[in-house]
Design a protein around this ligand. Structure first.
Ligand SMILES: C[S@@+](CC[C@H](N)C(=O)[O-])C[C@H]1O[C@@H](n2cnc3c(N)ncnc32)[C@H](O)[C@@H]1O
Length: 279
């Protein structure tokens, strides 16, 4: 068995500071808004009864819960122990671990399907070697990343994230894999075949600006902004931003571009022919 070890264990161990600090808010206010994305990817991957599925960077485990409803036998991993506690509460019979996606604690060929919803990025490409390792030959993978956000009708909803320090913003920019060709190339380079890019439905809805601000504050990128300008200033900026979008009798609505990549591990040793990226 080959296992890739992270060279920077400290980096993943501090992830919980940002992602886990408001775990109950994240799980109940933020994650449910991603249900369209989870449903679309599970459908396109054909997740079915008895599939052994691993969700990487599983957050508080709602995607796992939905995959279980389709009959899959699920496992998950996330760096945030407080989000994992919620994921286990939601999925008591699933194998959900605290850990680093660069060093998956499962043997080779353990899973038929691997998913990651905005969890694997341009800054974490080595995680794909681990995804490849733990999939069976022919195993399917589905990843999502942000698409062209500036052109999204709901771009306003992410604007408060830009209040982070310049260094953090540069890292957020380096993470992006949504531009045409980026994810396709990355997956092909890591040995996946039949790579397909799909548009994934993704809409955030909020009852009012205060709910929006509280929801946003429970996320990792918001924590980076809060570290820079303080919580009160972040919340004020978010409420002000959303206040301009209020529509009488309707929820605040932010439709955001999310790109999905579907691919599979070759059934045999990869040939140069199989490494071709499909249109
Ligand atoms: C954008 S959130 C996505 C969470 C979840 N997939 C969802 O759909 O809401 C990114 C997640 O990646 C996790 N994460 C960040 N770095 C990680 C690492 N090195 N290994 C495992 N999980 C990590 C965070 O704790 C967080 O839950």
């Amino acid at each position: 068995m080959t296992t890739m070890h992270s060279t920077d264990t400290a980096a993943w161990q501090v992830v919980d500071e940002g992602w886990g600090r408001r775990a109950a808010d994240f799980a109940t206010m933020s994650e449910p808004a991603n249900c369209r994305e989870y449903l679309a990817v599970a459908h396109r991957l054909g997740v079915h009864e008895n599939d052994r599925l691993l969700d990487i960077a599983c957050g508080s485990g709602l995607a796992i819960e939905l995959a279980r409803i389709r009959g899959a036998e699920c496992a998950g991993i996330d760096a945030s122990h407080r989000l994992v506690a919620v994921a286990r509460d939601r999925n008591p019979n699933s194998d959900i671990r605290v850990g680093d996606m660069h060093s998956l604690p499962w043997p080779d060929a353990s899973f038929d399907v691997a998913t990651s919803f905005r969890g694997i990025w341009g800054t974490t490409p080595a995680a794909l070697d681990e995804v490849h390792r733990v999939l069976v030959p022919g195993g399917r993978v589905g990843l999502t990343v942000w698409g062209h956000l500036k052109d999204s009708p709901g771009a306003w909803a992410l604007a408060p994230f830009r209040l982070a320090a310049p260094g953090k913003l540069a890292n957020q920019a380096a993470m992006q894999l949504g531009r045409p060709g980026a994810g396709e190339d990355l997956l092909a380079r890591h040995g996946f075949v039949d790579v397909r890019r799909i548009d994934v439905p993704f809409v955030w809805e909020f009852a009012d600006p205060e709910t929006y601000a509280r929801t946003l504050a429970a996320t990792g990128p918001a924590y980076e902004a809060i570290q820079h300008i303080g919580e009160a200033a972040f919340v004020d900026a978010a409420v002000e931003q959303a206040g301009r979008r209020v529509r009488g009798g309707l929820p605040l609505r932010a439709e955001l571009a999310v790109v999905g990549y579907l691919a599979r591990k070759p059934t045999q040793q990869t040939t140069s022919h199989e490494r071709t990226v499909l249109p």
